[in-house]
Ligand binder design. Structure first.
Ligand code: SF4
Length: 156
């Protein structure tokens, strides 16, 4: 689970995104593992933002504001290591993040214009390489019923 959702102050701005309902309800059913891919690859807290940028047919995670440092490979490698280390059945990830977002993260051109929405590099790597792991966004778990339904899909 994205560590910021569990209350860890690991966001680029030194804050968290604690979501009590998800953290407390899921904790009743599951063993939760907190992960912040950006911290795990050594970006530190606080840190410069990273941004998804379309370069040709590839989407890169570039450090802002210079956009000269590409951390995509590190995020991909960490995602693979993380899955190999833990027996995961599911992941709950924070929306709109260049690492953790799914289909709702701002995607930019090289000249800095927003050209659409994409998925974060950590999330994409796990979805593409490990389809057996159910990956959802926090916004999909908005109430106890959503969470119960989600947990039921894991036990089938
Ligand atoms: S969204 Fe993901 S990368 Fe960003 S702070 Fe939360 S856990 Fe870390």
């Amino acid at each position: 689970m994205s560590a910021c959702l569990l209350g860890q102050a690991v966001r680029y701005d030194g804050k968290d995104k604690y979501t009590a309902l998800i953290a407390q309800e899921l904790n009743k059913y599951c063993h939760l593992i907190a992960v912040c891919p950006e911290v795990e690859i050594g970006l530190g807290v606080p840190r410069e933002k990273i941004q998804l940028t379309q370069i040709g047919s590839t989407i890169k995670a570039l450090k802002m504001p210079e956009q000269t440092v590409d951390v995509s490979t590190e995020l991909k490698s960490f995602a693979i290591q993380f899955v190999k280390k833990h027996a995961l059945s599911a992941l709950v990830l924070q929306d709109k993040s260049p690492s953790c977002g799914i289909d709702n993260t701002k995607l930019y051109s090289q000249s800095g214009e927003q050209i659409g929405l994409g998925s974060g590099v950590f999330a994409t790597t796990i979805i593409d390489l490990f389809p057996q792991i159910k990956v959802v966004q926090a916004s999909q778990l908005q109430n106890s019923e959503d969470i119960e339904r989600f947990v039921q899909t894991l036990t089938k």
